[in-house]
Design a protein. Sequence first.
Length: 648
Amino acid sequence: MAVGLTNGRPAADEEARAEVDVLNSRLEKTTQLTKKIQACLGRLEATGKSVREVAGPLNGETRKLQILGSNIDAVIAAIERLRQPVDSKNDEEQIIQMGPDKAGLPNYLASIKRLTKALNEMKASNLRSTQQTVTDLQKLVKLGNSKLENAFDKLLQNETPRSIEPLHYITKNKPFPTLPQDKLNKLGLMNSYVAGVHRQSSGAAAPQESPVAKIYAEIRSQYLSSSLLNMATASTNTAKKKNTDTIYRAGTSGIGMYAQAMEGLFVAEYENICNIFTREDWGPVFQATCNPCLVELGRTLRELNGHIKAHMNTDCYLAYEIVEIISGLSNNLERRTGELKSSLAASLKPVRETAKLSLAELLEDTKRRVNSLQTLPMDGAPVPIVSETMQRLQTMVDFLRPISSIMVSLGDGNWKSAAASSSSSTRDNNTIPSLASFDVGADGKEIFAHYCTDTIEALMLALDGRARMILQKKPVMGVFLANSVTIIERNILSSELAPLLSGRLNALDTWRKKATALYTDSCKEISFHLMDSIHTSRSGPSGRPTSTGQGPSIDSSSILKGLSSKDKENIKGKFSAFNAAFDEMVNRHKGYNMEKEVRQMFAKDMQNMIEPLYCRFWDRYHEVDKGKGKYVRWDKAGISNVFLSMYN
């Protein structure tokens, strides 16, 4: 083992020394190579420095040349752009000359837009050499716009009939016609371009001032006016009755159909406008299109208003109907289009004022007509004005809805003077009031009921005054007033006035009591004949009799035995006087012209006043003529039968 280790170490050392020699040799070569590289780098740096010194000026010149080249390219491109409109002008002019119909609307609009763009660019360049081209392009664009407007006019004219018959659509419940959708699309394209050009050229101009808007309003307004002309004429003609004294009845005028036709046509027209024009243009174009029709409506309503004023007593109801119809038209158009409310209010204002004034005028006319009566029936018969006044109030119920609105705007009680009615009308201006415009606590029906009671009270006061002046006799006055009260009450209870006035009849009871007092005043004289002097201090059969129904029955013979001959003659005279007065009263009662209810009421009142007195007097003294009937003509049953005969 020891010998082996000793022999192996020299060999390993030799191998290590050999490796070290190799490494040293390589290191020496690397050092030499590094020196060569450093020498090369030094020479390269010296060469690069020389190159930079030479290439620096050349690089600056190159950059200048590049910038100059770019500028030249930009100028060439600008020249090309300026030359392009000139080169394409002939092509665009050919399209413009063909017009929208032949060239096709999209192609035509695209051509005008290209020309407009080129014109704007050339104006922006402001080159003197392009001024002639700018002028040519301006003329071409103007021609293109003109042809487009003419095409709009032609297309709209072709699609717009001269007029239509509104009744055909109303009676058959058909929607009013609108323009075909494909034509609406074309008209909308034309308008969108022309309106844009118009706004650019004239700034913030009104939409209705646009050329196509003017064309549209002119053509379509003629169509609307022509279609409504006959309806307007019919509205005035139907208001003129053959018999001027006939009271106007609801629905007999053509104004309802006129308003219905106007609403249908206007709503259809608004639909056309919404499909052609932009949102901000709808209202102004719609107003401009409908304005001639609204002017004609105003003229028609003024003519009707003149007719109403000339026949206020019979045709004031037409004013109420017009107020309701036009107010309804205004509300419907406001809801469906949002337009025309103020215009319709201005047209309605004269008729609405007349409707307000009519309330005071009718009240004054009632008083005036009664006070103008020169004679009254001497038999107490009612005068026609009572029934006519109640007929007027009944007719007003048919127009309760517009009257309620008028009553609320007028104010409770303001109908008592025309001046108050006139002053309240000035507060309306150009608006159409509705119940929502006023105090929510106000009730038009209650106010109308108050108006009715005021009318009835004014009528009765006037009748009472004339009766006192002309008739003078109390019984006739009583019959006259009672007849009037009965007719008034009958007309209320048998009509639609009942629910409005049934709780307000206390005033009639007052007049009925007054009439009864006047009529039965004569009963006091008759009753006087049935009065006798009773000496209660006396005893025996001639003393005070037992009251009827209490104690034993009265013995007339016993009572008469206690009377002197003078007293008996006095009793006979009282019977004779009563007979004569009673006969006269019965004949007079039967001779009066009374309503059935009045005759029965007065007969009952007289019976209640006279029969108990007569029965008492008869019980005491009927034996005065010993049953011969010379003085005592009626027994108790007989007098009762006479009263019963007075009921019929």
